[in-house]
Design a protein around this ligand. Structure first.
Ligand code: 5AD
Ligand code: SF4
Length: 437
């Protein structure tokens, strides 16, 4: 019987894809994936530290493994990714959870294989954090879990140092993959039948600044020229780097989805400056106008933070005003989380929890109302869904349209991996319901 692994992933799509790479490493070592943490011979926690609650969530789950480890000393527990990469956190983790066998960071994921082999031979825990990012590893073989969608890293790291954000400290400086490597990965995914490719990077618009050989719009154009019917998405774009050239490239290809995730964070110029975002609300609105000029049907989604240090009622109102002006099709909303080591952590005037709570509730209400309006406009219309899965409990197939809207539908045939035209007869918040036409 083969040995089993189980990976617990926290955080963003970048981490979900990194877990696919970890799964690839474990697969090479002869392990098979399993759903239950109890049965696994090796459990890997791929952590996130972007907000305190992501970190606490991981601590809680790692704590729960103490009993399982006591029952089975041979079970290997590994904790990797952003959380231990933070200053002094690997040592803290080891002190808090001495039964964890392997602790590794974001820069040495590709050495996990060696650590596991070593751990099988010795008792002592392995704690390995590398301070600096190494060269990009091109021989990863991710075990993909999200057919018909596939994620492809185009760059790693971030140079922006937004004052609230821990990412530049745990992911290092920007490094871009060579365009030839990206193009051949996408070509082989399309040849393998993948139908949606999402290009990943903390700031895809600065692709090329750290080692890449072409600009991001040029790379996107080259990818869109690959033969076959497939969709292209990309995330995340920083507004300061979003260019007219990119809007033009997006408008010229029917493969590139008419959806842009463009995190604005705040509508207040004072707060944007304190966040070190390097644009004003009017700069942002100008970018939105450029996008709409080239692609009138383009939907825009965003990230918003409330309760940044010093945020007044007036600043918060500016955020609400901007959200109304742009009319986002959906948005991720966050309460500011103080991250040790960032510039904002030392700023005076941290906002009390009750104030942040009230603001986030008001913002969520506004965003949800806008989302409902965006969904409602599909009722009575036909939209193309890329079918991702079948929900056996509800007896419905599900997938997304190019604008990122989730659609559910019935069908007598297995539609997974197919592009299916669906006539929408009901919209419910973020989801659409309809029938195959
Ligand atoms: N507190 C709250 N939200 C944060 N984000 C990043 N850092 C923090 C923080 N310290 C949000 C930003 C970013 C998204 C990925 O996470 O909105 O765009
Ligand atoms: Fe963090 Fe800003 Fe970089 Fe995004 S652009 S990862 S918010 S520092």
């Amino acid at each position: 019987m083969s040995k089993l692994f189980h990976i617990v992933t926290y955080g963003c799509q970048m981490n979900v894809h990194e877990s696919e790479k970890i799964a690839g490493i474990l697969h090479e070592l002869g392990y098979e994936s399993c759903d239950e943490i109890e049965s696994a011979d090796i459990v890997v926690f791929n952590t996130c530290c972007i907000r305190e609650n992501a970190e606490n969530h991981a601590y809680g789950n790692i704590g729960m493994l103490k009993k399982l480890k006591a029952e089975n000393r041979d079970k290997i527990i590994a904790v990797g990714g952003c959380l231990p990469q933070q200053m002094n956190k690997a040592e803290n983790l080891h002190e808090k959870f001495p039964y964890v066998d392997i602790i590794f960071g974001t820069h040495n994921l590709n050495k996990l294989k060696d650590y596991i082999i070593e751990k099988q031979k010795r008792k002592k825990p392995i704690i390995q954090i590398e301070e600096k990012e190494g060269d990009i590893c091109e021989d990863e073989k991710p075990l993909r879990t999200s057919y018909p969608n596939a994620w492809v890293n185009i760059m790693y790291g971030c140079n922006n140092f937004c004052s609230y954000c821990i990412v530049p400290y745990v992911r290092g400086r920007e490094r871009s993959r060579k365009s030839q490597n990206i193009l051949s990965e996408v070509k082989s995914l399309v040849a393998d039948g993948y139908k949606e490719i999402t290009l990943l990077g903390q700031n895809v618009n600065s692709y090329g600044n750290g080692g890449g050989d072409v600009s991001f719009p040029r790379l996107l154009k080259q990818i869109s020229e690959i033969d076959g019917k497939f969709r292209i998405r990309f995330m995340t774009s920083h507004p300061k780097d979003f260019s007219e050239e990119l809007a033009k490239v997006m408008s010229e290809s029917d493969k590139i989805c008419h959806l842009l995730h463009l995190p604005v964070q705040s509508g207040s110029d004072r707060i944007l400056q304190a966040m070190n975002r390097r644009y004003t609300s009017s700069d942002y609105l100008k970018k939105v106008d450029i996008l709409k000029k080239y692609i009138p049907d383009c939907e825009i989604t965003t990230d918003l933070i409330v309760g940044f240090p010093g945020e007044t009622e007036e600043d918060f109102q500016a955020t609400l005003d901007l959200v109304k002006k742009v009319d986002f099709s959906s948005a991720f909303t966050f309460v500011y989380s103080r991250r040790e080591g960032t510039k904002a952590a030392t700023m005076p005037d941290q906002i009390p929890e009750d104030v942040s709570k009230r603001r986030i509730m008001e913002l969520v209400d506004l965003v949800n109302a806008q989302t409902r309006v965006h969904s409602a406009k599909y009722v009575g219309k036909t939209t193309e869904i890329l079918c991702e899965d079948y929900d056996s409990k509800r007896g419905l197939y599900l997938g997304r349209n190019e604008y990122g809207r989730m659609g559910y539908f019935t069908s007598d045939t297995d539609e997974r991996g197919n592009f299916v035209d669906i006539k929408i007869n009901q919209a419910n918040g973020v989801s659409l319901y309809g029938d195959k036409v």
